[in-house]
Design a protein around this ligand. Structure first.
Ligand code: COA
Length: 211
């Protein structure tokens, strides 16, 4: 069965269930705290989309996204914990799927749904926009390790370059998807170095950037 037919996708109302998934999905050092997830959900509930099974009346949460908005092109560490309601860049902090449900297309479903919902919101009457939003969202971006590039590539993301955020032993890179015609204008700056806009995902073109 296609994932979209097998799961209900709608905003998350039970943040505790999302937190329990976060603990199961991420290594302890990378999992967001309960407080952080609750705060993000309070500040930007429209970025918190869940995939629910259809095997019970309310369904069980098996995957979710969590994000906040910021202004400007630079992805700072602070952006992970704050939400600027006027921000036009959506920083995706978590895409998390229950380990028992992985590789069934749920993350792809959520990534597509989030982009689709935000594009629809951009086009919707301003009177329906969340408090503080006064310009259309430009893009969704995140930081990811190289092994997960295929997930983002398959869902329409391109790569900006290497992130200045350091955490753990592997470098992070910045996949990005436009939500309106502006996006983030290349060249994008990483650690004050201009990075060429890559036309394809290729580690041989990435590594010169990081050295
Ligand atoms: C990463 C994660 C969200 C993927 O969820 P998922 O529902 O299994 O992903 P999908 O089924 O939509 O995967 C689509 C494609 O992405 C790629 N992909 C997904 N997970 C992958 C992984 N762990 N390693 C390498 N490629 C992966 C594959 O190409 C996959 O297609 P395939 O199954 O036909 O090979 C999930 O493994 C997870 O929650 N991990 C822990 C949290 C995390 O690391 N989140 C991402 C960073 S925020």
């Amino acid at each position: 069965m296609a994932p979209s037919a097998a799961y209900d996708v709608h905003p998350v109302d039970d943040v505790e269930a999302a937190y329990q998934l976060e603990l199961r999905g991420f290594p302890a050092s990378e999992a967001s705290s309960r407080d952080t997830l609750v705060r993000r959900h309070q500040m930007a509930p429209h970025f918190c989309i869940g995939a629910y099974t259809r095997d019970s009346p309310v369904g069980r949460l098996v995957g979710f996204t969590s994000a906040t908005a910021s202004q400007g092109d630079t992805l700072t560490h602070a952006a992970m914990y704050t939400h600027d309601p006027e921000g036009t860049t959506v920083n995706l902090h978590s895409v998390c799927v229950d380990p028992d449900y992985q590789r069934r297309g749920i993350a792809s479903l959520l990534l597509k749904e989030l982009a689709q919902r935000l594009r629809a919101l951009n086009q919707a009457p301003r009177s329906t926009w969340p408090p503080g939003m006064h310009k259309p969202y430009r893009c969704i971006r995140l930081i990811a390790h190289q092994p997960l590039f295929p997930l983002y590539q398959a869902n329409g993301y391109t790569l900006i370059g290497r992130s200045s955020v350091e955490h753990g032993k592997y470098h992070y890179y910045i996949p990005y998807i436009k939500l309106n015609e502006f996006g983030i204008s290349p060249p994008y700056r990483v650690n004050s170095v201009e990075v060429p806009w890559p036309s394809r995902w290729d580690s041989s073109t990435l590594h010169p950037v990081i050295n």
